[in-house]
Design a protein around this ligand. Structure first.
Ligand SMILES: C[S@@+](CC[C@H](N)C(=O)[O-])C[C@H]1O[C@@H](n2cnc3c(N)ncnc32)[C@H](O)[C@@H]1O
Length: 219
C-alpha cells in the first residue's frame, strides 16, 4: 500500500480524472468559492491546492490584479497546478511547496512576497485538504496566521452522508479511504469556532460541508 503522503505524488497526473470531480466534488468547491469574499485586487490562498482545480473558479471571481497563492506539500501535484496555470496563461498564480502542518508563516509570507505577492492573504480556502492532515488543527492555526485580519476563510470538506443519503455511506467512506481523508475529522468546525459571520452550506446528501467566515482581529 502506498503511504498517504506519497499517494498524491504518485497519482498526480491522474488526479483530475480519478478524483470524482463530476458529479460529486465540483459542487462543494463551487459553493465554497462563491461564499469567499474577494475584494478588488484580492490575494487568495489555496491551501492543499493540489493540481489547481479551484483556480479557474477563483480566476472568474478575482479582479485582473488579484493573485492566487497555492500551497501544497506534493511537488508533483504542484507541477500539475503549474502546467494548468501555464496552459491558461495565468501569470497571477504563485505556487509554494510546503507542509501546512509544519510551515513557518513568517517564512511562507516572505516566500510569497519574493514572488510578488503579500505576506497575508485577503481570502483563504482549503478544499478537501484539511481532513487529510492528521494534525489539521496546526494547519488551521498556520492558515489563520497567513490570513489578514478581516480576511474571508472557507473550508470545504467531507463527512458521512445524512438523512436518506445515509445509504451512500459505504461509497463516501470508500472515497475518503482511497484519498486518505479522515471522514470524521470535520475540520470546518474551526471556522465555526474561530470566525464571525459564519455561513454554512452542504450538498451531496450532506457528504460535502462548506463553512465560510471572517477572521477576527484577535483570532
Ligand atoms: C484531495 S487533494 C485536494 C486538492 C485540491 N484542494 C482540490 O480540491 O482538488 C488533497 C491535497 O492536499 C495535499 N496535502 C495533504 N497533506 C498536506 C499537508 N500537510 N500540507 C500541504 N498539502 C497537503 C495533497 O498533496 C493533495 O494535493
Amino acid at each position: 500500500m502506498i503511504p498517504i503522503a506519497g499517494k498524491y505524488s504518485t497519482f498526480a497526473q491522474f488526479y483530475d480524472v480519478m478524483s470524482g470531480e463530476y458529479p460529486v466534488y465540483r459542487a462543494g468547491r463551487e459553493i465554497g468559492i462563491q461564499k469567499l469574499r474577494q475584494p478588488s485586487g484580492a490575494q487568495v490562498l489555496d491551501v492543499g491546492c493540489g493540481t489547481g482545480l479551484n483556480f479557474s473558479l477563483l480566476q472568474r471571481q478575482i479582479t485582473p490584479d488579484g493573485i492566487i497563492v497555492g500551497i501544497d506539500r506534493s511537488p508533483e501535484m504542484l507541477e500539475q497546478a503549474r502546467r494548468r496555470a501555464e496552459r491558461n496563461g495565468w501569470t497571477n498564480v504563485i505556487l509554494i511547496q510546503a507542509d501546512a502542518t509544519e510551515l513557518s508563516p513568517t517564512d511562507i509570507g516572505s516566500r510569497i512576497t519574493t514572488q510578488g505577492g503579500r505576506s497575508q492573504s485577503d481570502a483563504v480556502l482549503a478544499t478537501y485538504a484539511l481532513s487529510l492532515m492528521k494534525d489539521w488543527e496546526t494547519a488551521w492555526a498556520n492558515i489563520v496566521s497567513l490570513a489578514a485580519p478581516g480576511a474571508s476563510l472557507c473550508v470545504v470538506d467531507m463527512q458521512k452522508p445524512v438523512g436518506l443519503a445515509t445509504a451512500l455511506t459505504p461509497l463516501a467512506r470508500a472515497a475518503c479511504w482511497l484519498g486518505g481523508s479522515d471522514i470524521d475529522a470535520h475540520p470546518w468546525t474551526a471556522v465555526e469556532r474561530d470566525c464571525v459571520d459564519v455561513m454554512a452550506a452542504s450538498t451531496r446528501g450532506g457528504h460535502l460541508q462548506i463553512r465560510s467566515g471572517t477572521r477576527t482581529t484577535d483570532t
